[in-house]
Design a protein around this ligand. Structure first.
Ligand SMILES: *Cc1c(COP(=O)(O)O)cnc(C)c1O
Length: 242
């Protein structure tokens, strides 16, 4: 990339970040919430490591990705750029158990934990490879279709207990992606109910990871503490690599 292209991209990201931050602030005002309760996770999947470095330089240190391999490549590239930002990596996509060892070596949080085997794999790997607990969000499948990831709501209490049993993990709360074509208001209201249920047994698990480029306002209206924003910040992704 030339210096001119670099400057242009940076300007694009500055503008997009301003717009997203304004949307978050407005949604918080509408919901009577403090914007500091909402963490912006910039989902940089398919976009270059340079964008991660630029966002980090602008103060966006929470970075979301959905493939272990892609994060590892970006971490290496950022190091090559000579950038030293304390990026907090959030894995938001489906994670295979055989990637647990790798994931715990860099991730701050995994938002897509949805089955007992993955909980065990992450906890065992974290026991060997890290000192700080790995933050865990349980992904809920709101339409009960397990193909897109997520546990059916009935299984959440059991999964939550399993996470809470392991000192290597810290149960943060719930995550969901609304089913395609659904009404986000309805889906996020349901997620908020499930999150309230969870807090009756696990009062510290008070985070809700919900809301993306198109529906972050609805999510904030229903208590989201982490919004995962890709397209609205970084632009469209190449179609084959969602
Ligand atoms: C890609 C992705 C996002 C970001 O989606 P946008 O619509 O581009 O904001 C959020 N969450 C998950 C789980 C994703 O895979």
């Amino acid at each position: 990339m030339t210096a001119v292209e670099d400057d242009r991209r940076r300007a694009e990201l500055v503008t997009a970040l301003g717009a997203v931050r304004a949307r978050i602030a407005q949604a918080c005002t509408a919901a009577g919430r403090d914007p500091r309760e909402v963490t912006l996770v910039a989902v940089t999947k398919t976009h270059p490591a340079r964008d991660v470095a630029t966002l980090a330089g602008l103060g966006v240190l929470d970075i979301g990705e959905n493939r272990d391999q892609e994060v590892r490549a970006k971490i290496a590239e950022i190091a090559e750029l000579g950038e030293h930002f304390a990026v907090r990596w959030h894995l938001v996509g489906r994670l295979q158990t055989n990637k647990a060892r790798s994931a715990v070596s860099y991730a701050t949080a995994v938002h897509s934990v949805d089955r007992p085997k993955l909980i065990t794999a992450l906890a065992d790997a974290a026991a060997q490879r890290r000192s700080a607990p790995l933050e865990v969000f349980l992904q809920v499948s709101l339409d009960g279709d397990p193909d897109r990831g997520g546990a059916v709501p009935d299984r959440v209490p059991e999964l939550a207990d399993r996470v809470a049993e392991r000192p290597e993990l810290r149960l943060r709360g719930l995550m969901a992606v609304p089913p395609l074509g659904s009404d986000p208001d309805v889906e996020f209201a349901r997620l908020a109910e499930l999150a309230a249920d969870l807090r009756t047994r696990h009062p510290d698990a008070d985070a809700i990871s919900a809301g993306m480029s198109d529906d972050l306002e609805a999510a904030i209206g229903h208590g989201a503490t982490h919004v995962r924003v890709g397209t609205a910040l970084l632009g469209r992704r190449p179609p084959l690599l969602s």
